[in-house]
Ligand binder design. Structure first.
Ligand SMILES: *[C@@H]1O[C@H](CO)[C@@H](O)[C@H](O)[C@H]1NC(C)=O
Ligand SMILES: *[C@@H]1O[C@H](CO)[C@@H](O)[C@H](O)[C@H]1NC(C)=O
Ligand SMILES: *[C@@H]1O[C@H](CO)[C@@H](O)[C@H](O)[C@H]1NC(C)=O
Ligand SMILES: *[C@@H]1O[C@H](CO)[C@@H](O)[C@H](O)[C@H]1NC(C)=O
Ligand SMILES: *[C@@H]1O[C@H](CO)[C@@H](O)[C@H](O)[C@H]1NC(C)=O
Length: 569
């Protein structure tokens, strides 16, 4: 009898608890979708509920470099662990360091094949094209493991069309590349090997063990006495006296060796010191030969071109498969067409741009790839007047004003480890701190580009920097809703001679994946420089050509001037 009553009470309590749980789950979901900063809190709470779950899937054996500075919180550590896992890259099997160069991947002996579509070799707009790539070594023997870096595009010069392919590593020497078919007519496949897996093993070692391969210097001066000292984020501590320039607000670490006769407060500038040479063995150098095994096309075993027929499906009924979802856009008639609901307009004459930017303030922060946007706008707008008497060429800060239309453009480089020629200490700022100083609002556009100067550091250093910037972006969007925030991704570049050791696309790609993940779900416009450059016919260049810059700026202007159609990343 008593037992039965308890049974009912227990059942009731369980049901009640379940309903409360369900309700809070729906409310949680609602928050996740509707409120930007709440999203961040919710993510935090969900993550802290299983903090012990992320274990690194590959072994980290780093220098002390990432651990300089304030230790991350538990939540930050978890995010970092998940991000590092998401960029885990297959390593060549143990013992491969003793391989002969002839046993490493050779693009000239490798081949790709178009996989026939099931229905009689016909492709339609809305379908996918799959290509299988077989890697071989210099003796023509098939490779048995993955980890090579490939880039691919599908293009039609006739239509000014191009799209980047999504590469899948089968980890056995085979790779699949998938392209969405987005236009009618002929389309040609291009695949290139950027690096062999063996070369990437070398790059990985350099990234973790030799963050000093680009070094920095500062000039210290008082009166007629001056000294130049080496500076870095990761100087060995406790050996020689250091000056500590750690940013008090964000906690970003930075150090210089202390001058012998001058105090730490006499530092007057910051500059790139140079590139350390002789960081690889002679044998390793053979893995980085332009035209041999760096950025070399892979040939097709048979046809490399297909004909795409008009769509069979009703327009709008095409399902968003993973390849489409991973594709941010494509070129058609040389214009970038973003996918996923971002509306794009062409701004072909100065008056359209001026009209769009009237009463607007544009702040551009970061490396030289966002400075290109500033330069493009200044060159294209006749009413812009520059006020840069005191600014060093290519370094800034820069400002241009069109007082008739009340337009202001500003550019400022990001803080250390910026690799510019010479930045005065008084102009050396961290982006997060600059963002905290903005009023923001619907007439303010903030564009950020931070990637290239981090490629010589372990990824944790980049994650920490983006974390600080992301917090500042969220604070800005909270206090000034309507501020347009644009984040530019990394892009591939020319890899001549030794450039790979400092600036390889592999470093950039890894940073790029981290950047996308860290800004995902926030109310910011992502300009996908990576795909815009991979899909384009111009050769890769760290500073993409004007045609690509125009498309990037058009995308931002479209966002700024088409109210109500904003989409999050
Ligand atoms: C979810 O949000 C919408 C508006 O954003 C609101 O109308 C609705 O009541 C919310 N639902 C819950 C369960 O909180
Ligand atoms: C937390 O646990 C849930 C349920 O086991 C899992 O689905 C989720 O991926 C975990 N989150 C993280 C960040 O590990
Ligand atoms: C970590 O690196 C050090 C020095 O490079 C090496 O001696 C040690 O064996 C490495 N540890 C592991 C677990 O790989
Ligand atoms: C440098 O300064 C920061 C901030 O004041 C401090 O947290 C850090 O411990 C200092 N580093 C060293 C090596 O003293
Ligand atoms: C390069 O480094 C190796 C050891 O890693 C050393 O034996 C050699 O002398 C160095 N060469 C130059 C030119 O510095």
């Amino acid at each position: 009898m008593y037992l039965n009553v308890w049974k009912y009470i227990l059942t009731f309590l369980t049901l009640f608890g379940f309903v409360v749980l369900l309700r809070s789950v729906t409310i949680w979901e609602n928050w996740t979708y509707h409120i930007v900063s709440a999203l961040y809190d919710v993510q935090k709470r969900i993550q802290s509920s299983n903090l012990t779950r992320c274990l690194p899937t590959f072994h980290h054996n780093h220098t002390f470099c990432p651990h300089v500075g304030q230790p991350p919180s538990l939540v930050e550590k978890l995010e970092e662990c998940n991000l590092l896992n998401s960029i885990a890259w297959p390593q060549p099997p143990s013992g491969s360091a003793s391989l002969k160069v002839s046993q490493t991947s050779d693009p000239a002996h490798s081949l790709f094949t178009i996989v026939p579509s099931k229905k009689d070799q016909q492709w339609y707009v809305g379908d996918q094209l799959e290509v299988l790539v077989h890697l071989h070594d210099f003796k023509g023997r098939p490779k048995r493991y993955g980890g090579d870096l490939l880039l691919a595009r599908l293009h039609s010069p006739k239509y000014g069309a191009g799209v980047a392919g999504q590469v899948l590593d089968h980890k056995n020497g085979l790779y699949s590349v998938r392209f969405p078919l987005l236009w009618e007519g002929s389309a040609q496949v291009e695949v290139m090997m950027v690096h062999s897996s063996e070369a990437i093993a070398v790059l990985r070692r350099l990234r973790e063990k030799r963050p000093d391969r680009v070094f920095f210097v500062s000039l210290f001066r008082r009166g007629r006495h001056s000294e130049t000292k080496v500076c870095h984020m990761c100087l060995p501590q406790g050996k020689r006296p250091l000056c500590n320039y750690t940013d008090l607000n964000s906690g970003e670490p930075w150090y210089c060796y202390k001058p012998r006769k001058l105090s730490c407060t006499t530092r007057i500038n910051h500059a790139k010191g140079g590139y350390r040479k002789n960081i690889t063995t002679n044998k390793e150098n053979l893995l980085f030969q332009s035209g041999v095994n760096v950025k070399v096309p892979i040939q097709a075993s048979a046809a490399d071109t297909i004909t795409v027929l008009p769509s069979r499906k009703e327009s709008g009924s095409q399902k968003r498969d993973p390849v489409m979802l991973a594709t941010s856009g494509y070129y058609y008639q040389d214009s970038w067409r973003p996918l996923g609901g971002v509306t794009m307009r062409q701004f072909d004459d100065a008056s359209a741009i001026t009209q769009c930017l009237t009463n607007k303030l544009l702040y551009m922060y970061g490396d030289s790839t966002v400075r290109q946007w500033y330069e493009y706008l200044v060159s294209v707008l006749p009413g812009m007047k520059e006020f840069n008497q005191k600014s060093a060429e290519k370094v800034g800060p820069f400002m241009a004003v069109d007082s008739t239309h009340n337009i202001q453009l500003k550019y400022r480089c990001h803080g250390p480890p910026i690799r510019f020629s010479t930045v005065m200490t008084s102009e050396l700022r961290y982006i997060a701190n600059e963002l905290d100083g903005l009023s923001g609002g619907p007439n303010t556009v903030v564009a950020l580009s931070v990637w290239s100067h981090f490629s010589t550091f372990p990824v944790e250093v980049y994650i920490r920097r983006l974390r600080h910037i992301r917090k500042a972006v969220l604070r800005l969007l909270d206090r000034a809703p309507g501020t347009v925030v644009v984040v530019r991704t990394a892009n591939p570049q020319a890899l001549e001679r030794q450039a790979s050791l400092y600036n390889s696309d592999w470093f950039s790609l890894q940073l790029d994946v981290v950047l996308r993940a860290m800004f995902k779900g926030l109310d910011v416009l992502l300009v996908d420089a990576w795909q815009m450059c991979v899909a384009h016919h111009e050769p890769h260049n760290i500073h993409p050509p004007r045609a690509i810059v125009k498309n990037m700026v058009d995308m931002i202007l479209s966002q700024v001037c088409l109210n109500g159609t904003r989409k999050t990343v």
